[in-house]
Every structure is written in structure tokens, then in C-alpha cells.
Write a protein that binds this ligand. Structure first.
Ligand code: GLU
Length: 297
């Protein structure tokens, strides 16, 4: 099978050192294996995505010496695929509408009867307030599109069944080969973990069809990505992605989570951290080789 990697930036800010590291790693790994390097523009969030950032992304990546196949996949053009997957889950009674605000969730989760507030990859594990309002099987009504849709993880976990992801299939990756916390190898993730540590995640937002989790899983499968190279900050999200792949019958790529590029104070770079923007280094006369050195490559 051909080795396929991808870089999937969101055009919501400048490309900074952290992104450059991910992109170069994914690119170089594909090239080393005689594989393919793909680009995907994660622009489903139409409010935050800007065409100027997208143009700038291409310029910076080209300047870094990366080469990718065209046309690139753009999430804003993939809404029919997201709708189809959501519809299928809706028909399986796995989704339900949710009208809670962040504040509602916070208040409900901290109510005395709820006990400890659990945090999952998406923040507070949803206390299922809106789930209690479901009356008849969801599939008897058409799927609404103007409201957030959550995955009923209790039902989903049963359908996924207990699964074990083995070494090599789901592995930390850093330059030294050991995990950021020394963890490598098997990661077990039971239906109970999905229910209690992840909970009912949002699979479609009120403001746009789909969600990061749903689209990334569908897009990686549609692009035939065999190796996902991304930051360690997305490790917990990967658990969700593997669960969704099981649920949707999609293949699970090999995941390589690389260490994060940090600033001088050890803080991870934020999207809006213009100080580390590639275009700033370019303006100061840095070369692509300088950037590679700065990120430790
Ligand atoms: N679009 C995400 C970001 O810019 C990355 C998604 C991924 O690698 O799965 O942080």
C-alpha cells in the first residue's frame, strides 16, 4: 500500500513554526517512503476561515520547499459528504439535537448531583442534559440542520464494541522514538472509557454542518491517508477519531504524534502567535533551512 500523509491546516491565522514542523515532517516522511503528500484546507468554520490566510499558507509552504498534489481538498466543498454521514448516524438513532450553551453545560456539570466534573478531549464531558429530552426514536423525524447534533456515546460505544488498538497502529512518535510521556505501545480504550471520559461529543455544529472530529475522519478516509502526522496536542482527539472510524466502518491510519514546538518560555505556540509566523521569519531574511533548524530538523 502506498504511504500517504497529509497536512491539514485551518486558514484562521498565519502558519507558524509549529505548523511548519508538522508539514515538513509529514512531507519528508512521505518522500522518504516514495509516498504521496497531500494538503487539506480545514475551512468548515466559515466565520473564522479567511481566503487571505489560505493564500498565505500556500505561499509559506511553497517557500519551505514542500510539494503537494493538486487540487487540494477543501472542507468547505465537502458538505454533502458530511451530511450523508450525519444522516446515516441519525438513521441509526445515534445523534440527538442539543441546544445547550457552554454556560448551560458548565452549570449542569457542576450541579451537586453530578459529582466531579469530568474533562474529555473536547472540554467538560457533556452531562447529557438534552439527551433527557429525546422522546421517540430520532430517525422518525428528519435530521435538523440548524442545531448542534451530539453523538449518543452510550449507544455508539455498544455498537463499536470493545476494541484494542495495537502497537504500530496507534503510536506516539517523537524524534527520539519514545512517547512524550514515555508511553508507547498498546492503548486500551473500553466502551466505558468512551462513555465516561469522552462522552456525547458534538458531531455537527449549530453554525456549520459537521465538526472537526467528523470531517477529519471522513476526509482522511476519502483522501486515502495511511499515516497521520500531527501534534501531541491532538492525541486525545485521536481516540475520538479511532472510535468514529470504527463506528463508520472506515480504516484507521497509523498515527504519529510529534512533540510540540514551544516558545522560549516553554509555552506552546498559539494560532495567533504572530511572533512565530513563518512570514515574519521570511521578512527577516531567514531561509527554509533556517526554519528546519529552528524546529530541530
Ligand atoms: N486543522 C487542524 C489544525 O490546524 C489539524 C487537524 C489534524 O491534523 O487532524 O490544528
Amino acid at each position: 500500500m502506498q504511504y500517504v500523509t497529509r497536512f491539514a491546516p485551518s486558514p484562521t491565522g498565519p502558519l507558524h513554526l509549529g505548523h511548519a514542523y508538522s508539514a515538513i515532517l509529514a512531507h519528508d516522511m512521505a518522500m522518504a517512503e516514495n509516498g504521496r503528500f497531500l494538503l487539506r484546507i480545514e475551512d468548515i468554520d466559515r466565520e473564522r476561515s479567511k481566503p487571505e490566510w489560505e493564500t498565505q499558507l500556500y505561499e509559506d509552504l511553497e517557500w519551505l520547499g514542500l510539494w503537494w498534489e493538486t487540487p487540494v481538498m477543501r472542507q468547505s466543498e465537502r458538505l454533502p459528504a458530511y451530511r450523508q454521514a450525519l444522516d446515516a448516524l441519525w438513521q441509526r438513532d445515534l445523534l440527538y439535537p442539543c441546544t445547550c450553551t457552554r454556560r448551560d453545560i458548565h452549570e449542569a456539570a457542576s450541579a451537586p448531583q453530578e459529582g466531579v466534573v469530568h474533562f474529555g478531549p473536547d472540554g467538560i464531558v457533556y452531562p447529557r442534559t438534552c439527551h433527557h429530552k429525546i422522546g421517540m426514536p430520532q430517525s422518525l423525524t428528519p435530521m435538523p440542520e440548524d442545531v448542534a447534533l451530539r453523538l449518543d456515546m452510550s449507544l455508539a460505544a455498544i455498537q463499536i464494541g470493545e476494541y484494542r488498538v495495537c502497537e504500530g497502529e496507534f503510536l506516539y512518535f517523537t524524534e527520539t522514538g519514545s512517547g512524550p510521556d514515555g508511553e508507547t505501545g498498546q492503548i486500551e480504550f473500553s466502551p466505558d472509557d468512551l462513555r465516561t471520559k469522552v462522552g456525547d461529543i458534538v458531531l455537527s455544529r449549530k453554525t456549520f454542518l459537521g465538526s472537526y472530529h467528523l470531517s477529519v475522519v471522513l476526509d482522511d478516509a476519502a483522501q486515502g491517508v495511511t499515516h497521520v502526522v500531527r501534534g501531541q496536542d491532538l492525541f486525545e482527539a485521536t481516540r475520538i477519531h479511532v472510535a468514529l472510524q470504527r463506528l463508520l466502518g472506515l480504516p484507521t491510519p497509523v498515527y504519529h504524534h510529534h512533540a510540540l514546538v514551544r516558545d522560549e518560555n516553554g509555552k506552546r505556540l498559539a494560532k495567533r502567535d504572530d511572533a512565530k509566523a513563518i512570514r515574519k521569519y521570511r521578512a527577516e531574511g531567514a531561509t527554509p533551512a533556517d526554519i528546519r533548524r529552528m524546529v530541530g530538523l
